[in-house]
Write a protein that binds this ligand. Structure first.
Ligand SMILES: Cc1cc2nc3c(=O)[nH]c(=O)nc-3n(C[C@H](O)[C@H](O)[C@H](O)COP(=O)(O)OP(=O)(O)OC[C@H]3O[C@@H](n4cnc5c(N)ncnc54)[C@H](O)[C@@H]3O)c2cc1C
Length: 341
């Protein structure tokens, strides 16, 4: 019987899958895989559902690692924290700050679970997961074996890792180990946090976290009240040559240097310039304040949100000749999205 997924995705769209199995330990997963007749290509690993757009019925077996627990181990001037894949990410951030360790404060309030954090190398306010990452444990869904991935194995990039490419769909991450600082090393380089560096006398990691939470709550819609999956598109990376051409046409273009030959554009700015901020097609909308965030105003289906996303992508392409790529995972029949104009 089809299993409901509506409460398990932050867009809040109606969706179902063939089966849903939940696990509370690595052994559980290994035992289940040993007797499982379903081909691994038919699996989809679900976390907190905050980076997904689900399209109606998905003919796959969903697996969810509800593995909990957080442990700390001192290692010189640092502390290694290991958290189960099912731990809520923000709960881990708060727990580590309560223990007096710094490192995760800039990543406060990112929705989702620990197990998904390495998949797109989550990042915010000048910090990416990979800067703190040590290793992860996973189960190979093809062999049932336990595997350890160290930093070098994960091939991290901007919102990217080996788990979105070569190893897509192959592993179920069961726990993640990160390194934290005993003596705070605060990162205040990113725009809105720069103001804090004016007076660092009483500044703590907890205060930075509080500020990140305050800024995020003022800028981003809360999925509990307005369905969304955060940034729908990645910020596009273009060559310096293309950037210089665009900059001469649009002097106010918002961009950041990635390396000597590439620039990263603010996708939200491009969408905003196309007049799409606040744009709606029925209940599918572009957020009123954050053009990069697509929202479900009530009863939008996954397909309606996808149609709107395709419209946004095509409008930006036509105006700026820049191709937007989704940051969210689109799961299900996505023909309208793959056929770019
Ligand atoms: C309001 C809002 C704000 C956001 N802000 C940010 C932000 O600032 N920075 C940022 O980087 N992201 C942000 N996101 C996106 C999202 O929070 C992250 O991508 C998060 O890591 C997704 O976690 P999840 O548990 O919900 O994963 P899901 O959405 O359930 O899954 C995402 C991907 O991870 C895979 N996956 C999940 N769990 C596992 C596992 N245990 N093993 C193997 N694969 C797994 C899934 O198969 C899927 O491919 C935001 C989202 C929202 C709704």
């Amino acid at each position: 019987m089809a299993q409901p997924l509506t409460a398990l995705n932050t867009f809040g769209v109606e969706a179902t899958c063939d089966n849903l199995f939940r696990f509370t330990s690595e052994q559980d997963i290994q035992d289940w895989l040993a007797g499982m007749p379903i081909a691994p290509e038919k699996f989809f690993v679900l976390g907190g559902g905050s980076n997904l757009l689900l399209l109606g019925h998905i003919p796959l077996t969903f697996l969810k690692a509800d593995i909990t627990g957080i442990t700390y181990e001192k290692s010189g001037a640092q502390v290694l924290v290991t958290a189960g894949a099912g731990v809520n990410w923000h709960d881990l951030v708060l727990d580590s700050l309560e223990q007096g360790y710094s490192g995760l404060e800039n990543l406060s309030l990112i929705p989702g679970n620990v197990g998904a954090a390495p998949i797109q190398n989550i990042g915010a306010y000048g910090v990416e997961l990979e800067q703190l990452f040590v290793s992860l444990n996973a189960i190979d869904l093809y062999s049932g074996e336990k595997v350890v991935f160290e930093h070098k194995d994960c091939e991290f990039g901007y919102r990217d890792s080996v788990f979105k490419n070569r190893c897509k769909g192959q592993y179920l991450i069961t726990s993640v180990t990160l390194k934290l600082n005993i003596n705070p090393k605060l990162v205040l380089t990113y725009g809105p946090l720069k103001a804090l560096s004016d007076n660092t006398d009483n500044l703590s990691a907890k205060k930075v976290s509080d500020e990140v939470i305050r800024i995020r709550q003022s800028k981003l819609p809360n999925p509990e009240t307005l369905g969304n999956a955060g940034s729908f598109f990645k910020n596009p990376v273009i060559t310096n040559h293309q950037y210089n051409q665009l900059k001469s046409d649009y002097p106010e273009l918002v961009a950041y240097a990635v390396d000597d030959s590439h620039m990263k554009l603010a996708a939200g700015w491009l969408i905003d310039q196309c007049g799409l901020k606040g744009y709606r097609q029925g209940d599918a909308g572009v957020h009123q304040q954050q053009a990069l965030v697509m929202v479900n105003h009530g009863n939008a289906s996954g397909r309606e949100l996808l149609e709107l996303a395709a419209h946004v992508r095509d409008t930006v392409l036509e105006r700026f000749d820049v191709q937007l790529e989704p940051e969210v995972w689109i799961i299900g029949e996505q023909d309208i999205f793959t056929q770019s104009k």
